[in-house]
Ligand binder design. Sequence first.
Ligand code: COI
Length: 357
Amino acid sequence: MAAPPPKADIDWANLSLAANLTVNGHIEIRHSRSTNTWSNPVFVSSPNISINGLSPALNYGQQCYEGLKAFRVPLSSSSPQTKIHIFRPKFHSARLSRSAASIMLPCPSEALFLESLRQAVAQNAEYVPPHDTDSYLYIRPVLFGSSANLALSPGEETILAIYVQPIRPYHGSDALDGLVLDEFDRAAPRGMGQFKVGGNYAPVWRHQARAKEMGYGITLHLDSKEREFVEEFSTSGFLGHYTSTQKKKDVLVVPVTESAIASTTADSIIRLAELDDQHWTVEKKELRFGEVGDLDEVVAVGTAASAVPIRSITRLETDQKFVFDKSENGKLKGLAGRMADIQRGRATDTEDWCWVV
Ligand code: COI
């Protein structure tokens, strides 16, 4: 069935996560610990949620979240009508479930999560941007302990609220200069770094703000124990490229670490490289910062970021600066473009990633 067209009175070229656009509403589902049941999805037009001030979410950070994308694509090549699909919702359901378990929150089944996503997008269908823009509908599910419990344990009620916002890529599309954050450890070894909890984000802001004042567009975390291995950017994952003259192939370099959040975008780009094994080989390894200098391209990849080219990375503590001349128009950009073609319905979705609302 055709989706309602995009709203006519929105400036689709100037969207951002900071805009806090008023949309039609959000979806809520509630879990009761005593009956171990979830409610059905409920559409709520107000963006506000009533939450007990003594809740574990507000007092102890018992909260995690997700970020997904929905796209508007033509119904067929000859049709002016469109449909809407969500990119890899099952990947996000699994990631939410891991984050929830890490802080003792119940998590809805995949089926209930997908149905709640479907309703959140369908109820806001006219906020899904036109298909010929680089914008998309960002979907933000947030899961948190909402009833009173000052004891250091889970309370009775948990809420999953699913919000949407039309946005453009978080960092824009111009190449960014990166800075290694040596003065701050994002994630302890065997800690929480791999989980998508709010506590992994806000503590970085003051360091990001300082880096921005110094002219850097993005910040990079190395591991906290050795200060040696690449983990991830503060907003997104890390992917690198070099050409292997020996193998005569493009090499997609993927840092392996237990402390980074699994990125849907990285996972999709890796899969596309694996599928194109005539041209690509994927190298997953613990990546020493020194080896970053051997790369000719780096991109920062994430749901909100999409795939943003990295022009350089500076490490002030060791006086190192690596420049990636090819990031802006290189092979990684090409792979990311193939993913975008699938997301936007311009290429066949052989991996069954797009889930029609
Ligand atoms: C996302 O990409 O979905 C995130 O949660 C990262 C954040 C910078 C918006």
